[in-house]
Structure formats: structure tokens, C-alpha cells
Write a protein that binds this ligand. Sequence first.
Ligand SMILES: [Zn+2]
Ligand SMILES: [Zn+2]
Length: 228
Amino acid sequence: MFPNLSKVNILRKKYVIVKRRLSIASTIFILLFLLFLTGCISKNKSIGLQPYNNFNSSILDTIKVALERSYPYKVNILPDRPLPKNAFVNIKSPRYRADSLLIDLNKHKPDSLNITLGITSSDISTTKKDIWGNIKSPVNKYTDWGIFGLGYRPGTACVVSTFRLNNSNNTLFINRLKKVAVHEIGHNLGLKHCKTVGCVMQDAAETIKTIDSVSLNLCPLCKKKAGL
Ligand SMILES: [Zn+2]
Ligand SMILES: [Zn+2]
């Protein structure tokens, strides 16, 4: 007796369909699982806010909320510490070298944190260099140049100062501070300055006007580059 060929063919066809459906289902499941895992990993990342010299605690809370809105990371406020004496200079005026503060932040960074953001009301500075690595001209202006913030790109430390952001309009002052904090964390995540109008990663170009003109958000391209 020969088996009924048409029945065998039907069974074979059914088997192929079921197999195909199972492989589609398992691919979807794996993709969803990877998506879930990525979400978990980014939520497990955390930023430490390091206040220096009895920094205002309510402003710290505001920055914490702003960072948690901008990034899918948990933000912890660390115990206040005095500014390190080795960062102090008095070249043109009393300032703390931002580069030295970044080293200090990395030195004290708990292993549980991915990034630490130092925050101070004192003036901070750096040496501005040209593309060849020489101090920008005029040298006496750029050797110790006052800045809003500085962050490694990429890296695990950044620092912001309220000194040059102050304004009698408190809302304007707080918005500026939020933007500089989000900007410096962006550098830590590997983001370069962005040319998209309104993106928080735009270069401040030595003027507070740029900070006032940008939004608090990363543009879609910067978000993509930062893996957000
Ligand atoms: Zn920048
Ligand atoms: Zn951008």
C-alpha cells in the first residue's frame, strides 16, 4: 500500500507553516527581550551629583529632577565636600581649575556610579587651546578662562558652576543651570557640540546668550548618538 500522497503533502505544508510561525514568534520574543534588557541596563545607570562647599540643597533637588527628565538614569545626591585646595588659582581672579575638579571627581567616584557631576557656586576656569594644542590667542586672556562647565568626552566626570549663570531672574538662572548640567552630561556620554538650532548640545561659544537661546533638550540626532 502507498500512503495517500496528497495527505502527506498537506501535512508537510502545515508543518512548514507552523515552523515558520514559530520562528517568527521566537524572533519577536528575542527582540522584545533585548529591548527590555536595554531598558533595564540604561535604568541601572546612575549619575552622582557632587555638591561643593555647602551648595544650596533645593537647587540640587531641581537639577536632580531635570537630569532624570533628560536621561533615563537614576540621580543620587552625594554628601557635600569642600572644594579641593589644589584646584585653586588666582591668576586674574580667584577661581578653581575645572580640569583639577574633574580629576578630583573621578578620584572620589564610587564604583556604583557611572558619572559624577560636580556643582559649585565658585568661579571655575580652564585653558582654552587651539586645534594645534597651543593656548588660544591672546594668551593672557585664555590661559585662565572662566567657564560655565566642563566635561570629559566621553568620560565619567563633569562640573558646572553657577558663578557666570547668576541673574536677578531666578527662573532664568535655574534654566541656565539645568541646560549646562544636561550639556555636560551629554559630553560625558560622548556627544560633541551640535549645530542643530535649539539643541542643548550647541556650543555656548563664550556667551550666555547661546545658553538662553537653546532648549533643555537633546535633538533627535544627539539622542540617537548617545544611545537614548
Ligand atoms: Zn560643550
Ligand atoms: Zn543635537
